[in-house]
Design a protein around this ligand. Structure first.
Ligand SMILES: [Zn+2]
Ligand SMILES: [Zn+2]
Length: 131
C-alpha cells in the first residue's frame, strides 16, 4: 500500500483542515511503523501534484485540504478555518486584468463566534474596572 494514497484518503474524508501532525496520527492507526518525515514527504509530493491544497496562516502550522474549489474564512484570533463557497471569480478576474488566471486562494479574515464572545467578555472586564 502506498502511503500517498492513504494520506489522500485521510484528507479527502476529513471535514476539518488537518496539520501534518494530525495526519500523521491518523495514518499511524493504519500503519503503525510510519514516521513523521514520511508524512511530510508525501504531503509535499501530493501538493506538488496539485492533489491537495495547503493553507498557510502566519503563526499556525500549515493545514492541508482537499483540492476542490472553495475559499476560507480565517479567524484572526484562533486561526480557525471555515469553508465558504463563492462563485468562481476566474472569469471576472480575467476580464478585469486581461491576464490568464491560473488559480487563487482567498482567505477572508474574521472573528469566529467563540473568539467574539471572549473579546466581548474581556471588554466588559476592562469597562467594569474603568480601564
Ligand atoms: Zn476564533
Ligand atoms: Zn477548506
Amino acid at each position: 500500500m502506498r502511503y500517498a494514497d492513504t494520506i489522500l484518503e485521510i484528507i479527502s474524508s476529513s471535514q476539518s483542515h488537518m496539520t501534518a501532525e494530525q495526519i500523521f496520527f491518523a495514518l499511524k492507526q493504519q500503519c503503525p511503523s510510519v514516521v513523521l518525515a514520511t508524512v511530510y514527504n508525501n504531503l509535499n509530493t501530493l501538493y506538488a501534484q496539485e492533489k491537495i491544497r495547503k493553507i498557510s496562516v502566519a503563526g499556525y502550522p500549515d493545514r492541508y485540504d482537499k483540492n476542490t474549489r472553495h475559499d476560507h474564512l480565517v479567524c484572526r484570533r484562533c486561526g480557525a478555518l471555515l469553508d465558504i463557497h463563492l462563485s468562481d471569480l476566474t472569469r471576472e478576474l480575467e476580464r478585469q486584468t486581461g491576464f490568464a488566471i491560473e488559480g487563487y486562494d482567498l482567505k477572508i479574515r474574521c472573528l469566529c463566534p467563540q473568539c467574539r464572545a471572549k473579546e466581548q467578555a474581556a471588554d466588559q472586564v476592562c469597562k467594569s474596572q474603568g480601564l
